[in-house]
Design a protein around this ligand. Structure first.
Ligand code: SF4
Length: 219
């Protein structure tokens, strides 16, 4: 497999899985295990409006693009931005099909309220890195819209955050190329994990889900 091939890019949304639990990320993105639960269904419902394919909407000085596909050669990731707002600004960049110059801001929709960790922010930062590469510009802020508080929160996208995303993406690539699923390391986060039933912590210490399932089938 050519890992520089765009078809083998990893999913941008995996960054938050990887931050939540590296094993959960590997189960989803390497071993292709997935179990829908209330949390994911709720998330899909909220994303429904944002997921209308590539809708452009003009509001005054603002151009709003929904479900915009993005990718980065540097990070070797691909994904979809819920919403990208392009605001007219003489210091911005030209974009195809629109007059004038624009500065882009990614906006990510989440159910619930702002998290105490930086998983959501890192996903937004990864989107910004993709947009910077695609539009040849610099993006220094974005927004999170939280369903529970029903408003957007401005997020400064610092060099520190961008470098953290670069390091995470490199580690994800390393795991992916080696097809490495980390062993179980349980914690408080496990009770919110959508894969806890198939992760089987007590049984999985030394085995991958794939080898466990194969073992069960042939037992
Ligand atoms: S149950 Fe815990 S260790 Fe297993 S994938 Fe989920 S969070 Fe990770």
């Amino acid at each position: 497999m050519d890992y520089n091939d765009e078809d083998s890019y990893l999913m941008l949304s995996g960054i938050q899985h990887f931050q939540f639990c590296k094993r959960q990320w590997a189960l989803i993105h390497i071993e292709q295990q997935w179990e829908e639960n209330v949390r994911t269904i709720e998330g899909q419902h909220l994303h429904h409006k944002a997921d209308q394919p590539f809708i452009r909407e003009k509001r005054g000085e603002k151009l709003i693009v929904r479900a915009m596909p993005v990718q980065s050669r540097e990070l070797k990731i691909t994904g979809i931005c819920d919403v990208v707002e392009f605001i007219q600004d003489p210091n911005g960049v030209e974009i195809e099909g629109a007059k004038g110059k624009f500065i882009a801001y990614p906006i990510e929709y989440k159910r619930g309220k702002p998290k105490t960790d930086d998983t959501d922010i890192l996903q937004l930062t990864a989107q910004a890195i993709c947009l910077e590469e695609m539009l040849l510009c610099e993006i220094n802020k974005g927004y999170m819209f939280y369903n529970e508080i029903k408003r957007r929160v401005e997020v400064p996208l610092t060099t520190e955050l961008k470098n953290k995303v670069r390091a995470i993406a490199a580690e994800m690539q390393d795991y992916y190329y080696r097809r490495h699923t980390p062993k179980v390391k349980t914690g408080a986060h496990c009770k919110n994990c959508s894969l806890q039933h198939i992760c089987l912590p007590s049984l999985m210490n030394k085995r991958s889900v794939k080898s466990y399932i194969e073992g069960r089938i042939f037992e």
